[in-house]
Design a protein around this ligand. Structure first.
Ligand code: ADP
Length: 443
């Protein structure tokens, strides 16, 4: 097995890739104009005919599609095929109001399997290996999405799903999978629980961890790689575009961004306020056009995720890359007028020996002033040594907290109260996504 799943496509020269994208885009636009009343109306209102868009460079002339548009067309009105041709339906969590419903035809599922298979190989997985799939199975696309791609690749899938950590640890030891996929916060939990139970790293056989579904930084990569003795890479996706496998980081190119499988998903990054396309390397909102989806095609879908896109000239593949997601635009905190994502704080923790990467930000409002408190745990060894009464006043703890507070202020521009906690006091992931921010201002 080579280091590619589909070498021809993954190394297609950019000019050919562009030609393929343009052909697919033109076909797509003609189809959605005919099949989806929402798009016909959008085009007509903007005085645009499908044939006016010659290629991806004209995409900026079209309006964005936003999450509210999907809600307005709940559940199936955005589908471009009769519901009888849909063979799978998923939905996003929908924390507020109705969930976002997505559908797949048989061909869409084949494409989903293909991009996940590519992602798996990119992460280090190979046919014949076993995949411990700890993403949730169900309406969430994570579990079934990884499952299909791994099956196509020729891996043995262990469909553990999320949660029940004791059972997960037993399976990791007894079935000896080489690859695990889950949220980064749950990988942290597994690494910690192994340590707690005295399970040595040699008792498991993991080599690769494929982590995604929530933002994470090098701080957590270090903890997980050390704790599980793996190569940990980033997988990104969202149910609206397909699910996991929209982009994937190569295990030999860690920290250098994730490949977007741009023969299927055309990315743009735009200014979050004006919607104007931004040059490569500049940070803004990620927008996708699905070039090949049949059941649920999306034109210029506003993901709300903040990152940049760029070509990496020294990379194995020709596809464009995206940086790690900083956060969702609607999760950005505005503290006394300054913007803050929790990942900006998280990434700083790696430079502090003695701190465990378990933290939480709490935002409150005192009168008209926003206050932020950063709670971070110290490592277990230090906690055990200093634990008990007077922990917070201990010299080591006080000076660590002071240094961290300064570092955070220097890097984010925000003064926050820093409290170091004894090990084990901050919430952990029990299997899925973990919220690291408590914003109590609106309450
Ligand atoms: P929801 O979380 O809205 O129910 P999804 O399960 O489809 O819907 O989640 C998709 C979202 O999860 C993305 O838009 C993004 O915000 C986040 N996400 C997914 N993968 C990553 C990743 N690797 N890094 C950061 N955020 C991610």
């Amino acid at each position: 097995m080579s280091m590619f799943y589909n070498k021809t496509i993954e190394t297609l020269p950019t000019a050919h890739l562009r030609k393929l994208q343009n052909e697919r885009l033109q076909k797509l636009l003609r189809r959605v104009y005919q099949k989806v009343p929402f798009y016909k109306k959008q085009f007509d209102e903007n005085g645009i005919r499908p044939q006016d868009i010659k290629g991806v460079e004209d995409l900026h002339k079209l309006p964005f599609t936003k999450k509210d548009d999907l809600r307005d067309n709940y559940p199936f009105s955005m589908f471009a095929v009769p519901v009888e041709e849909v063979v799978r339906i998923h939905a996003s969590s929908g924390t507020t109001g109705k969930p976002t419903v997505v559908g797949y035809t048989k061909n869409d599922l084949d494409m989903f399997d293909e991009v996940v298979a590519r992602s798996l190989v990119c992460a280090g997985a190979r046919p014949g290996m076993k995949l411990h799939n700890a993403y949730g199975y169900g309406l969430f696309t994570g579990g079934l999405g990884m499952h299909g791609g791994a099956t196509k690749l020729g891996m043995a899938v262990i469909p553990v799903s999320g949660g029940m950590t004791d059972r997960q640890l037993m399976i990791l030891q007894d079935f000896a999978p080489e690859v695990i996929c889950c949220t980064p916060s749950y990988a942290q939990t597994l690494a910690e629980e192994m340590k707690k139970r005295g399970i040595p790293k040699e008792a498991i056989n993991l080599k690769y961890a494929i982590l995604g579904a929530e933002p994470w930084t090098e701080t957590i990569r270090q903890q997980v790689e050390k704790g599980l003795d793996v190569n940990a890479t980033n997988i990104y996706g969202l149910s609206e575009i397909i699910g996991p496998g929209v982009s994937q980081e190569d295990f030999g190119e860690k920290g250098r961004g994730s490949y977007i499988w741009e023969d299927h998903f055309f990315p743009e990054v735009v200014d979050r306020d004006t919607g104007e396309p931004l040059p490569q390397g500049e940070e803004g909102v990620l927008v996708f056009t699905t070039l090949t989806k049949e059941a649920f095609p999306l034109i210029r879908y506003w993901t709300n995720d903040i990152c940049s896109i760029f070509y990496d000239k020294n990379a194995k593949r020709t596809h464009i890359k995206m940086s790690a997601i900083k956060g969702r635009a609607d999760d950005m905190l505005i503290i006394r007028g300054v913007n803050l994502f929790h990942t900006q704080v998280e990434v700083l923790l790696k430079d502090f020996a003695g701190l465990a990467p378990n933290y939480q930000l709490t935002v409150t409002r005192e009168g008209t002033m926003d206050e932020v408190k950063l709670d971070v745990e110290v490592e277990k060894e230090i906690s055990d040594e200093l634990g008990g009464g007077g922990f917070g006043g201990h010299g080591t703890v006080v000076s660590l907290a002071k240094r961290l507070q300064k570092k955070v202020k220097d890097n984010t521009g925000i003064s926050m109260k820093v409290e170091l906690k004894e090990y084990g006091q901050i919430p952990r992931s029990k299997g899925g996504k973990l919220s690291r921010v408590r914003d109590l201002r609106a309450l």
